[in-house]
Structures are given as C-alpha cells and as structure tokens.
Write a protein that binds this ligand. Structure first.
Ligand code: PLP
Length: 377
C-alpha cells in the first residue's frame, strides 16, 4: 500500500491533530479579506481566549517558545541571571532561558507528579536567581500555592510554562487566570492548534504592556502613535522581537478555541477511564493527580517496569508509544548531568500512552486490554 506520510493505517498513534471541519472555510475568508497580517482575527482570538478561561490580559505569539522568550524578557532575564527551572520538560522550556543569555538551574522534580518539587526550588535559589519557571506537566498543575509562596518569600516572579495546560484547572481557576506570567503553545499536537502559535496571559497590567512590546519590535501595536507618513512611533526604547501572530494563524486558532470543549471532554473521559482501569496494576503506576487539580490530559504519562519491553509489546500490538521528554540535563547545552534523584527515576521508567481526540472506543479498549496483558506477564 502506498501510504501518504500522515495517513494512518490500523495502528494506534500516540497523537492526533485537532482541526475542526470549518477551519478551511474560515481560513479562505481571511485570505480573501486580504488582511492576513496581525489584525482583527488576532484581536478576536485574544478576546475569546480571555473570555473562555477568565483571563485578565492576553498577548498572541507565533509559538510557545516565543511566548517563553517574551515572558523572560519582560521579567528582565538576561546574561548573568539564573532561572530555577524544571529539567523534566520539552527542551524549549530551558532553551528559551539560554536564548535570553541566562542559565537554567535545575531543581529536582517530584517523581509522583513529574512536576518541579517546591522544596528543591528553594535549595537552588541564589543571588543570581531572577525568576522561577515551572511546567504543568501533562496538564496536571504544579503545586502553585507552594511555588507562589516561594515567589513571595524570595521576591521572585514565576513563569508557568503551560504548553500542556490549556483548559486545565488549579483549584477553581483555569491555568492562565492567576499568577505572574503564563505561556501557552498552539503547536500541532496541542489541544488547540494553529500549526504553530502561542499565547501569553497575565493578570498584571505592567507585564501586559511590556509583553505587547516584546512581541513586536518594542512597539505596542494597539497603542502606537504614528503620523500620516511614518508607520512607526517616534520613540522605540525596548529591543523587541518579531514574535507576533498573524491573522491566518489566528483564524485557525479561533476555530479550535470555539470547539475546545470537544477535545477537552473526550480527553477527560479517556483519562479518567485509564485512571480507573490502571489503578491497581503491578508493573504500571499512574502519575499522581492531586485532588485540587482538573487536568486536561494533554498527554498521559505512566511509570512502567521494563519500559523497553513494554514499548516493544505495545508496538507488536500496533500501539505506538513514546517517552516524549528526556531529562534535559542530559543535553550538553545545559552544562552536564546533575544529581537529581527523582528526575533520575522518572527518566528511566516514564512513557506516554495514547490519548487524543481521534481515538475510538475500540482503540481505547484495545489500549487498556493490551496494557493489562503486559501487566500480567
Ligand atoms: C512544555 C513545553 N514548553 C514549550 C514548548 C514549545 O512550544 P512551541 O512548540 O509552540 O514553541 C512545548 C512544545 O511542545 C512544550 O511541550
């Protein structure tokens, strides 16, 4: 059979791409309007995102990585500074710190949740620390009460890399509604995607005004004072980037956002089913989901004994799985391996099982049965 690169056969894939059917028509309308640069669509996406998740201020960008860089720049993170961060994440969390000329200092994680361990954050704070970076891994929120207390005690702002956490809640609040600066990704496998894109939220107006400038050459596009012949304002006093989101991208994002309850509901159903079905297995241990969290199940990590054997067994049964992230300190760009015991354990036994919008009931049952078969071996 001549399969196209994306064509899916009988195998169960670890991910899918959620694009509601009317996306193409909406993009055509935007193209035909000929306004494809940052404009009305981008503004509407921000307004709708704010409304949906009770968010005070929102900026749109061209990726989650750009969102992180603009957040770091807004907090003044630069050469000579340190950011206490999690080493268990996609590398973008930490390459963005390097790109700003600063150094990520890795705290340990909590093996049970895979999130940064607040006690370890405290141990890593030095005079050079400028900010704390945490990731709500798999959409399962970090212990924000403790991390925010550390932020207050040490007078350090917190960036929440929420690339995994659109629609997740911590206590009564959606991720993004509270905190200092919260960044999101709209990359292909995220719950809302527009190919590549990002959002940044904050309840802090001062941060908001700075963020707007960092995403477009140091200029606040909405409030720029220009003259008849000069499209740029008289004064530019911040070195900003070209991180803005265009209207084609925003149009795709708006359709995804309009439908976001569909993937959220489906993931919740599958995630809760997995948690019930795998609660008492021998070789498989679930990640801990604290009671106060409402996870979005962007991914479903588990701890498994004999990880490679498990991966082979799943593949033999046409279920594709992968480990998603490795401990970031294994990459020499971050300065070498650190002694972080919980990270060490998690890096050796964590793997993701498929959870996404395109899974059928039959797929989900097969995944559950196959995992139980492995457990009994
Ligand atoms: C935790 C985390 N942070 C940041 C990013 C970067 O997002 P983007 O690919 O939109 O730049 C990702 C991407 O998957 C991620 O998983």
């Amino acid at each position: 059979m001549n399969k196209k690169p994306y064509e899916i056969g009988d195998e169960i894939r670890p991910w899918s791409v959620f694009i509601p059917p009317e996306t193409g028509d909406e993009v055509r309308k935007t193209l035909e309007s000929k306004w494809i640069n940052t404009g009305k669509q981008e503004g509407l996406l921000r307004e709708e995102f704010k409304k949906k998740f009770s968010i005070p201020y929102c900026v749109a960008t061209n990726s989650g990585t750009s969102s992180l860089r603009a957040a770091l720049a807004t907090l003044g993170v630069g050469p000579g500074d340190e950011v206490v961060s999690t080493p268990y994440t996609f590398i973008a969390t930490n390459t963005s710190i390097l790109e700003q000329g600063a150094k990520p200092v890795f705290a340990d994680i909590n093996y049970e949740t895979l999130n940064i361990d607040p006690k370890s954050i405290i141990k890593k704070i030095t005079k050079k620390t400028k900010a704390i970076m945490c990731v709500h891994y798999g959409g399962n929120a970090c212990n924000m009460d403790e991390i925010r207390k550390i932020g207050r005690d040490y007078n350090l702002p917190i960036i929440e890399d929420s690339a995994h956490a659109i629609g997740s809640k911590y206590k009564d609040d959606y991720i993004g509604a509270k905190g200092d600066i919260i960044t999101f990704s709209l990359q292909v496998v995220k719950i809302i995607t527009c190919g590549d894109g990002g959002l940044i939220t904050t309840p802090n107006k001062t941060y908001y005004n700075k963020l707007k400038k960092f995403v477009w050459y140091g200029v606040d596009r909405e409030n720029k004072k220009t003259t008849l012949i000069d499209p740029l304002p008289e004064k530019i006093d911040v070195l900003g980037y070209k991180f803005n989101m265009n209207d084609i991208t925003a149009t795709i994002g708006r359709v995804g956002l309009k439908h976001v309850d569909e993937p959220l509901t489906k993931r919740k159903r599958i995630g809760e089913l997995y948690r019930r079905e795998f609660a008492n297995l021998k070789k498989i241990k679930l990640v801990h989901y604290p009671k106060e969290n409402t996870p979005n199940y962007q991914i479903f990590p588990i701890h498994v004994q004999g990880r490679m054997k498990f991966a082979k067994f799943m593949r033999e049964n046409s279920i594709f799985i992968n480990i998603n992230n490795r401990r970031n300190d294994r990459y020499s760009i971050f300065g070498g391996l650190k002694n972080l015991p919980d990270l060490e354990r998690a890096d050796q036994d964590t793997i993701l099982i498929p959870i996404h919008f395109d899974l059928t009931d039959e797929n989900v049952n097969k995944i559950i049965e196959t995992i139980k078969k492995y457990d009994k071996q």
